[in-house]
Design a protein around this ligand. Structure first.
Ligand code: NAD
Length: 383
């Protein structure tokens, strides 16, 4: 299949490109290095340096003789979008290309506006391009479990049957995002649903939880193929952050009471879920929504697990609750469904101390490069 990956330089986009290329698909990626540039601007660089997209594609070709086509360009720019879609005629589009950090989106007016404009515009341009150049293509879009918030009832997979005054209808499950970033994802889902109804597009919207890890079958071929790995308070996700904190001898920063519970998944399961979505496309006029995570943990549980893994490696770790910079419930009901991917055949890689220790051993090789000042600088606050 001709697969176009939007945001293919990213933490998830690059490993997805490798994985689908290995499976024999023709893969093209587009990226404008927004993520790398924002990290540089905010002085929150990743743990280790990663080659640019052209260099990464050349390394991949050396190992596998497979080509990944690269376009460097801004998907907010219609000329870029038009050129790529016209030339490539994708059969499947995987849309990762957004500003994905909740704390960054809450940093200041400039960061909020960038997030809002970038995320909505890339999604809108993608929808228009599919309609114009490849109306039969399947669009797989990365949403987030954060779209639902933490409601006091079970979270369904995207939709909810409502009974009202004796009549019934299925509606999008109510959304209650906890940051501007998450709100842009809600807006994306609304846009997609509108154009699915209007133009009969085929769309899969994946409500993904926070991802952890750096190893996939393909990134293990060469360390230069590893995705970048952020550990700062803006672009690092909690498990990756805690692992670096443990190695750096920095107390694990649990926000508030630490009862915040979310659904997590290993990066290899992101790849599996995206591949399963690609192999089982949505129908025309269908917005299929699946919850993409494999297990739930509270922040306290994660901190304890990281502490134990570190201890197995002879590293003593402290856990330190800090004032929560976010506005969120610190103790709450959380019961999200996630059976759709299991029914499609997902074989999860679950979190345990072995998985954590393996990642921590790689982080240990970069111990000297860790910048403790960016771990918790208290710049990103919801107030
Ligand atoms: N990583 C997670 O834990 C996680 C969890 C839930 C959802 N998601 C979603 O998955 C997607 C990928 O996440 P990620 O962690 O790989 O983020 P990332 O920032 O590493 O990747 C996104 C990529 O898109 C690119 N991009 C952004 N705007 C662009 C534009 N206008 N034109 C071209 N390229 C652009 C960025 O430069 C970056 O390389 C995002 O949409 C994110 O919201 C991620």
């Amino acid at each position: 299949m001709r697969v176009l990956i939007l945001g293919g330089d990213g933490y998830l986009g690059w490993p997805t490109a490798l994985h689908l290329s290995k499976q024999g698909h023709d893969v093209a990626v587009v990226d404008n290095y927004l993520r790398r540039n924002l990290c540089r601007e905010e002085n929150v660089e990743a743990l280790y340096k990663t080659p640019n997209l052209h260099e990464r594609a050349a390394i991949w070709k050396t190992h596998t003789d497979k080509t990944i086509d690269i376009t460097i360009g801004d998907l907010c720019d219609w000329d870029v979008v038009e050129d790529v879609f016209r030339e490539y005629q994708p059969e499947c589009i995987i849309h990762y290309a957004e500003q994905p950090s909740a704390p960054y989106s809450m940093l200041n007016r400039k960061a909020s506006t960038l997030t809002l404009k970038n995320n909505i515009e890339v999604t809108a341009n993608t929808i228009f391009a599919v309609k114009e150049f490849c109306p039969d293509a399947h669009l797989i879009k990365l949403g987030t479990m954060g779209e639902y918030g933490t409601p006091n009832i079970d979270i369904e997979e995207g939709w909810l049957d409502i009974q009202h005054n004796g009549r019934k209808q299925k509606f999008l499950y109510p959304r209650a995002a906890g940051s501007l970033y998450h709100t842009t994802k809600v807006m994306d889902t609304d846009l997609l649903w509108f154009y699915v109804r209007t133009w009969g597009l085929k769309v899969t919207d994946l409500m993904q939880g926070p991802v952890y890890g750096m190893f996939t079958n393909e990134t293990l071929i060469d360390t230069q193929l590893q995705p970048f790995f952020n550990y700062d308070e803006m672009f690092g996700t909690v498990i990756n952050r805690f692992l670096v904190q443990a190695v750096a001898g920095y107390p694990l920063t649990v926000y508030g009471k630490g009862g915040q519970t979310r659904g997590y998944l290993n990066i290899v399961d992101t790849l599996q879920c995206v591949q399963l979505s690609l192999e089982n496309p949505a129908d025309s006029g269908e917005l299929r929504i699946m919850n993409q995570f494999t297990e739930t943990f509270s922040v306290n549980e994660l901190a304890e697990m990281v502490k134990k893994s570190a201890s197995n490696l002879g590293i003593e770790v402290k856990i330190k609750p800090v004032k929560n910079p976010r506005k969120e419930l610190e103790e709450h009901y959380y019961n999200p469904k996630h059976s759709a991917f299991n029914e499609l055949g997902l074989r999860p890689t679950l979190l345990d101390t072995n998985v954590l220790e393996k990642i921590m051993k790689t982080i240990l090789c970069h111990r000297e490069e860790i910048n403790k000042d960016i771990i918790f600088s208290k710049r990103a606050s919801w107030c």
